[in-house]
Design a binder for this molecule. Structure first.
Ligand SMILES: [Zn+2]
Length: 280
């Protein structure tokens, strides 16, 4: 038995906060246009402040069914934040969520009918703090911490922790910043991708996002012929795509070109991917 919100309640919750996520550290816009001019996308969720059914996060047995599905028990969030609050109900308590809701509605109230401020949403990151960044190709680097060294013009300059590898990320490429309190590094979500580039042995920013699914772990490929690495003087070898996990665990790495793409040689049964090993 789940006491869900009606469509009317969902629409009201979204509209009361101007269709922005109510998490004060997010404020993502949750609706926008689709290619079809008659349709709109919605990434917003009417989340329950106290759970809709027993066993759910922050469930309150004292509420009546109609109270559980009433607008007062709902908060408008983006999909990411809706997941975040349900994964950690001890941090995101009923009190915290009620405060978010009140503040978001208050903020929307002060904005109604006003023109946009000149600097609409300045990205505010603290110099010297650690961050995780997504998406990064190869995906394993998303586990790494990056230190914000300084702000250079319109760019944030990051250094991968424990290395001297630096990368400048323009503020306009930062889609969202997810903060998880003081102890865990905040997560920076890019509207692009950070990409390991083998010839430069560093990270570069590329405007395309990696494809979804397991292909996204490798990023964007391009087809070449079998003799390309020899011609280009790349110290590498081809590995069957279905053998990649084993090959990578043996100390090989995927070779990425200076345009941020990896090399793929279409094989008879399985495509082969160009890998290389660091010279000692
Ligand atoms: Zn959000």
């Amino acid at each position: 038995m789940s006491d869900d919100f009606s469509d009317t309640v969902k629409k009201a919750l979204a509209a009361r906060v101007g269709h922005l996520c109510s998490n004060p550290e997010c404020r993502a816009l949750t609706s926008g246009p689709q290619d079809d001019p008659a349709k709109a996308v919605n990434i917003g969720v009417a989340a329950h402040i106290t759970a809709a059914s027993p066993g759910g996060p922050r469930y309150d047995p004292d509420l009546l069914a109609e109270e559980r599905s009433a607008p007062s028990n709902g908060i408008w969030l983006c999909q990411n934040c809706a997941k975040l609050i349900d994964n950690d109900p001890t941090r995101f308590t009923v009190e915290v969520l009620k405060k978010w809701k009140t503040d978001a509605e208050e903020e929307a109230k002060t904005r109604v009918g006003k023109t946009a401020p000149i600097n609409e949403s300045p990205v505010d990151l603290t110099i010297g703090s650690r961050f995780k960044i997504t998406p990064i190709v190869p995906r394993e680097h998303e586990q790494s911490d990056f230190l914000l060294l300084q702000i250079v013009g319109d760019c944030f300059q990051f250094e991968k922790l424990g290395t001297s590898r630096q990368v400048n990320i323009p503020k306009s490429f930062i889609e969202k910043v997810h903060k998880f309190g003081d102890t865990r590094p905040a997560l920076i979500q890019l509207s692009a991708r950070l990409q390991w580039v083998t010839p430069k042995r560093n990270f570069d920013l590329f405007p395309e996002k990696p494809p979804g699914g397991s292909a996204g772990a490798c990023g964007v490929g391009k087809n070449i012929d079998f003799n390309y690495p020899a011609r280009a003087g790349i110290n590498g070898s081809f590995a069957r795509e279905d053998q990649l996990p084993r090959v990578l665990s043996e100390g090989w790495s995927i070779f990425y070109d200076s345009d941020g793409r990896y090399f793929r040689w279409p094989g008879h049964e399985v495509d082969q991917i160009l890998v290389y090993r660091e010279r000692q």
